[in-house]
Design a protein around this ligand. Structure first.
Ligand SMILES: CC(C)(COP(=O)(O)OP(=O)(O)OC[C@H]1O[C@@H](n2cnc3c(N)ncnc32)[C@H](O)[C@@H]1OP(=O)(O)O)[C@@H](O)C(=O)NCCC(=O)NCCS
Length: 169
């Protein structure tokens, strides 16, 4: 189901059939470095990740991570959306794009639409973003979205502290 449309992008619910794309994204060196190793190595593991992760979250909460496609040709480029994760009180915005699509403003375009969606459809008064301190692209993107650095946080199952950015209404 389509959730959002911008000038160049369509964001829709992920399905188990997106497993090949998710397998590629979760094994991209930037994902492994900045987000972490989810141990997803086969299409079947990617299906399970989708069913237990983003798809379950949308079914449970109404929001989650969405597949972000280029409208021009329907190519899946990344994921972007809202996440409620264990160990974090607030809902955070998440994004990841395959490297060949980075640097074109797609992430900002998708994330801007997701921010508006969260504020309007879900009436969120606070949206946070987390990133490791060496992820310059993510930090810049969060700042461009008007999130401000607040503090370092320690998430469960994460050895290192993470930067917490926040937008408050
Ligand atoms: C973070 C990420 C989504 C940014 O995607 P992108 O397509 O490069 O983003 P955009 O083109 O919309 O650019 C957004 C801003 O970030 C800046 N930016 C992007 N990469 C950057 C980098 N490596 N260093 C510094 N600034 C960077 C852009 O220049 C732009 O700012 P500007 O308008 O002032 O020039 C992408 O690099 C990615 O998917 N990384 C791997 C996954 C990841 O780290 N996700 C975030 C986890 S917290």
């Amino acid at each position: 189901m389509k959730v959002l449309e911008t000038e160049r992008l369509a964001l829709r619910w992920l399905t188990a059939d997106d497993a090949p794309f998710i397998l590629e994204l979760l094994n991209d060196p930037a994902w492994l470095r900045f987000i972490g190793d989810r141990g997803v190595r086969t299409a079947e593991e990617a299906r399970k990740y989708l069913l237990n992760g983003p798809i379950a979250m949308v079914e449970r909460l109404g929001f989650g991570l969405y597949l972000t496609q280029r409208k021009l040709d329907g190519v899946p480029m990344g994921i972007c959306g809202l996440i409620k994760r264990d160990g974090l009180d607030d809902i955070d915005i998440g994004f990841a794009f395959l490297p060949q699509f980075c640097g074109n403003g797609y992430a900002f375009e998708a994330a801007s639409a997701v921010m508006v969606y969260g504020k309007t459809t879900f009436a969120l008064r606070r949206i946070v973003g987390i990133t490791s301190s060496d992820n310059a692209g993510s930090i810049r993107l969060l700042e461009k979205l008007s999130l401000k650095y607040e503090r370092m946080v320690q998430l469960p199952k994460d050895d290192n502290e993470t930067m917490l950015f926040a937008w408050d209404a």
